[in-house]
Each structure stands twice: as structure tokens, then as C-alpha cells.
Design a protein. Structure first.
Length: 402
């Protein structure tokens, strides 16, 4: 009887862990590196097996969020934004209208859904942040960055995916008084507001740093890399981060005191060394790699990514900034990594599996994405051995474990 009771407790504990699984933009630490193992090291000639696809999402560039054996994604139909919840077999479980979406240029939903402690957070291209109860999809609260925080929208709409750490949600309205804000994730109440640098935000999703004396939030605002005290909102420092028209969409990458940021339009990438309390940054190196919004990934001692004007795939030594290779075997685009492999999705619709090695751009399989609509801009996501890829109106699931 005692053994049965213990077994029931263990089962309940496992169920609770599954229910409370969270998900956000570009993985657990926003690095684009997924801690999956046992993945294929080479693909068949026609690419990995497509398990299923689903159409009818509407317009959008949103990456999926994956948690609790469910897929969360948004799209726009006739100027209205919708949340879709899909199971891992490709069945639509729920569809929820959430409001007016971006229909001015490159139409559609933008930001990745944040799944956190039984709530879903959606930030629309129109600058409205929604918080829904995950089981019921009831609206719990909402904030409009323009009316609530005197923020400003951008040329291509808001694309930031809000950052949640503990009980706090971080967002960048980009206003002169409320440049960045911290909200209570449960209620939406303001915890702090920072004047920051008083310039518009720049499509960037912030990064959290927690291994220094002071917890930090790093993000790009206009043509600057800006670092805040995560607890108080105090701006600690900012440095110029040039880019065309102030566009800096790529989330900074951080590891062990080193902060990496990349901009498009020929302005390249840069690494900084932070002091122990994060208040001072020293530039360590620069490189020509200039990803527009495809981001980069760090695997071991190397950074991988692609350029915009410099239309190559790059491998850069994290320690020195030296370019180990650059290659244009496929078009440039987005990148994620897992289990010693790179997953490169080009703006021409090529999906390639590439070995994460500084020796060369060693392609171990590729395929052409023929389903879907419009630009190939959504970042791939890996969840439980499956790669999820959104192309406009269509979501696809590929078996990359075999």
C-alpha cells in the first residue's frame, strides 16, 4: 500500500512538471540553442520526414512556442489576430481572436507567444500586450504601449517578444519616459519604468543576465545596445550599435561575462566584456558578419550566423572574433542549433542541416520549403525531436530524430 502511495505521488509530480512547462522566443535562454539530443546527423536526400502540416494560420512571421505537448502560434486574417493551439499530431485544439494586428506592410503577426505558468502572453504588431489564462483563454489583462506608456510604434510594427523572469515581465515601449518597463506578470501592474535612452525600440527581444553581482536586462533600443539593472530599471550603460534606420532586431547572446550583438546593413557584430557588477563594458572584438534578423548561435567556442549585405554564412571564434570561414552555398537567413548541428533556414526557402564545426560549412542535408506563403523569415523551433517551421499561412512539423 505504501509503495502504491509513493508511486501515485511520483506520477502526480511528473504530471505537474508537464503542466507547468514554459516556452519563449528562441529557447529557454533566448540563445537559439536547444538542448535536444539524439538528433539526426545527416538527412535523407529529400530531407527529413514531414510528419504533418496545417494551413489557414493567416499572415505572419511568428515562430512557434512549444510546451506541454502543445504548439502555440499566431496569425492574422482580415486584419484580426488569432491565437492557434495545436497538438503535436497537428490537430487544431483551440482558436482565439485577440485583436487588431499589423496590416500596414509585411502584414501579419510577429511576436512569439510566451507560455508561462499557465498564462499566455501575446504582443501584437499594434503594440498591445495581452495576457490570457491558458486553460480557458479568458483575457486576464492587457496593456497598450501607446496609450498606457506613451510609447511609439515602429515602421514595421512591434516585433518584440516580451521577456519573463520570475514574476516580472520586461517590455520596451520605447517612449521618452517609459523607455523600458517591468510589469507584474500576473496583474500587469507597473513595477518600474526607466527613461533609458528615450529613443524608439527597435524590434529587439531583450536578454536576461543573472550570473553577475547585479541582474541585468540587455536589449537594443534604436541604434544602441542598452543594459539595465533588472531589479530597479536603472540604465547602467549604453553603446552605439549602428544599423540602417536604427533597426536592431537580434537578441544579444550572453555567456560568462561576454555579451555579443549583431546588426544588419553592413554594420557587423561586436563582443563586449562586462565587469563583475555589469556597470562597465569593454569592447573585445568586432566582425563583419551583419545578420539582419536571422540572429546567431554560439556552439562551443564559436558563433555561427549569416550576413545581410555580406551574404555569407559565417563561423567566428568567440574568443578572438576571427572569421574561421564564410560560405554562400545556400542563401542567408535564420539559424538555430542543437546536438552539435546547425539548422539554417534561408530567405530563399532552403532548410539545411549543417555540422557545427569551424572547419567548413559542412552541409549534411537540405531541402526546399515549398508549402506556405510570402517571405521565409520565421525562426525554426525544436521540441521533442521535431523541428517546427512556419512559412506564412502554413506550419510544418519535421521528424529530425528519426
Amino acid at each position: 500500500m505504501k509503495n502504491i502511495f509513493v508511486l501515485l505521488l511520483l506520477c502526480a509530480s511528473c504530471t505537474q512538471v508537464a503542466i507547468n512547462e514554459n516556452s519563449q522566443w528562441r529557447g529557454a535562454d533566448r540563445s537559439g540553442f536547444y538542448k535536444e539530443t539524439g538528433l539526426l546527423k545527416e538527412w535523407p536526400a529529400d530531407g527529413p520526414q514531414m510528419l504533418w502540416s496545417i494551413d489557414g494560420l493567416g499572415e505572419g512571421y511568428t515562430s512557434v512556442a512549444a510546451a506541454n505537448d502543445k504548439i502555440y502560434i499566431t496569425g492574422m486574417i482580415d486584419s484580426t489576430g488569432y491565437l492557434y493551439i495545436i497538438d503535436t499530431q497537428g490537430n487544431l485544439l483551440q482558436k482565439k481572436e485577440y485583436g487588431f494586428e499589423w496590416n500596414t506592410n509585411f502584414n501579419g503577426a510577429r511576436s512569439t507567444v510566451c507560455v508561462n505558468d499557465g498564462r499566455l502572453y501575446i504582443f501584437s504588431g499594434r503594440g498591445v500586450l495581452y495576457c490570457f489564462d491558458e486553460p480557458t483563454l479568458d483575457l486576464l489583462w492587457s496593456k497598450d504601449i501607446q496609450t498606457d506608456f506613451d510609447g511609439t510604434n515602429l515602421m514595421f510594427g512591434m516585433t518584440e517578444s516580451p521577456l519573463i523572469v520570475g514574476e516580472t515581465l520586461y517590455l520596451t515601449p520605447g517612449g521618452k519616459e517609459n523607455n523600458m518597463v517591468a510589469l507584474n506578470k500576473a496583474t500587469g501592474e507597473l513595477i518600474w519604468s526607466s527613461t533609458g535612452i528615450g529613443k524608439p525600440s527597435t524590434y529587439c527581444s531583450p536578454q536576461y543576465i543573472n550570473d553577475l553581482k547585479t541582474p541585468l536586462v540587455a536589449t537594443c533600443i534604436d541604434s544602441s545596445l542598452v543594459v539595465f539593472n533588472a531589479s530597479t530599471g536603472e540604465k547602467l550603460w549604453d553603446v552605439e550599435q549602428k544599423s540602417p534606420h536604427g533597426h536592431n532586431p537580434n537578441t544579444p547572446i550572453y555567456e560568462k561575462g561576454l555579451l555579443f550583438c549583431v546588426s544588419g546593413g553592413g554594420f557587423g557584430s561586436v563582443q563586449y566584456r562586462l565587469n563583475q557588477d555589469g556597470t562597465i563594458a569593454e569592447k573585445t572584438w568586432t566582425n563583419e558578419m551583419d545578420s539582419k534578423h536571422g540572429a546567431a548561435v554560439k556552439v562551443g567556442d564559436y558563433v555561427y550566423g549569416s550576413g545581410e549585405r555580406n551574404r555569407y554564412w559565417y563561423c567566428i571564434d568567440w574568443r578572438t572574433g576571427e572569421t574561421k570561414y564564410k560560405d554562400n552555398a545556400i542563401g542567408v537567413g535564420n539559424i538555430i542549433a542543437a546536438d552539435g548541428m546547425l539548422y539554417c533556414y534561408s530567405d530563399k526557402g532552403e532548410l539545411a542541416l549543417v555540422e557545427a564545426t569551424p572547419e567548413k560549412f559542412n552541409i549534411k542535408g537540405q531541402m526546399k520549403i515549398t508549402l506556405g506563403t510570402n517571405q521565409h523569415w520565421a525562426h525554426p523551433v525544436i521540441y521533442k525531436g521535431v523541428l517546427y517551421l512556419r512559412h506564412g499561412d502554413t506550419l510544418m512539423a519535421f521528424d529530425i530524430k528519426g
